[in-house]
Design a protein around this ligand. Structure first.
Ligand SMILES: Nc1ncnc2c1ncn2[C@@H]1O[C@H](COP(=O)(O)OP(=O)(O)OP(=O)(O)O)[C@@H](O)[C@H]1O
Length: 239
């Protein structure tokens, strides 16, 4: 599925997420968020700790069913994907996640970690490995393709995790603090790869970050507070 530039890949309508806190009281982690992420754009999500950034990504990534409101991905309402198994399949095909921790499979090499989702999707093993190594090369990690995660640095593991997130050519990429473990050069490199996915494949990319160093790469910046999007600005990134 190749989205048309400028059309919404992800739409949230008045999405709320409430959790029961440790003391039994309800926490309103997301309070009626309405948002469209367009094909080809990279959006940065900023805001203080606990304001709901991760919860927003979880709802957008169909990992958390909202308490209220509606989520639509690639024109399909998430509520229409009935079973957990169907939802898992839908996520695997359409969404790439980068979490704060790489969460690689320890017994697989870097290339195998990246290739796995492609193989599950029916890509022949040799082709999956070729694409995995090309993705790792774009992140300057191809020389580590044959190594297992335990022998990689934290930053190398994170770059493998980014390559894995991009393996299935997702229409939506959701990244939660992807550069937290990286020095500024590598952090910028990861952000540039994410942006090129938006530009070249017309994916929508949303990045939660506290890192102001790559602000110029975002098309839009959303500021969150108290479970809401409270401000939006365009830092003037050039295509
Ligand atoms: N599973 C959960 N159960 C109960 N409360 C939760 C749960 N997940 C998040 N919360 C609460 O929801 C609110 C939003 O949390 P969230 O993790 O989305 O914030 P955040 O902006 O990503 O924070 P940080 O920048 O510290 O990662 C917080 O008050 C948090 O304690």
């Amino acid at each position: 599925m190749t989205p048309q530039p400028g059309t919404p890949v992800l739409s949230l309508r008045d999405v709320g997420v409430r959790y029961r806190g440790g003391d039994g009281a309800m926490v309103e982690a997301l309070a009626g968020v309405t948002l469209d992420l367009m094909a080809g754009e990279m959006v940065g999500i900023f805001g203080p700790s606990g304001c709901g950034k991760t919860t927003l990504l979880m709802a957008a990534g169909l990992l958390e069913r909202p308490t209220s409101g509606a989520v639509q991905l690639a024109g399909i309402p998430a509520a229409a994907v009935a079973t957990e198994a169907a939802l898992r399949d839908f996520r695997r095909r359409h969404i790439g996640f980068v979490f704060q921790k790489p969460n690689l499979i320890p017994v697989l090499t870097a290339a195998e970690n990246v290739a796995l989702a492609m193989v599950i999707d029916g890509v022949p093993a040799a082709e999956a490995e070729r694409r995995a190594i090309a993705l790792l090369a774009a992140l300057e990690a191809a020389h580590r393709a044959g190594n297992r995660p335990a022998s990689l640095s934290g930053g190398e593991q994170q770059r493998v995790a980014v390559a894995r997130a991009l393996a299935n050519d997702p229409v939506l990429v959701l990244a939660d603090e992807p550069t937290a473990a990286l020095d500024s050069r590598r952090g910028r490199q990861v952000m540039e790869v994410l942006r090129s996915i938006a530009r070249e494949r017309h994916a929508a990319v949303a990045v939660v970050t506290h890192d102001p160093r790559s602000i110029d790469l975002f098309d839009r910046i959303l500021e969150m507070d108290d479970g809401r999007i409270v401000a939006e600005r365009r830092p003037g990134a050039q295509a």
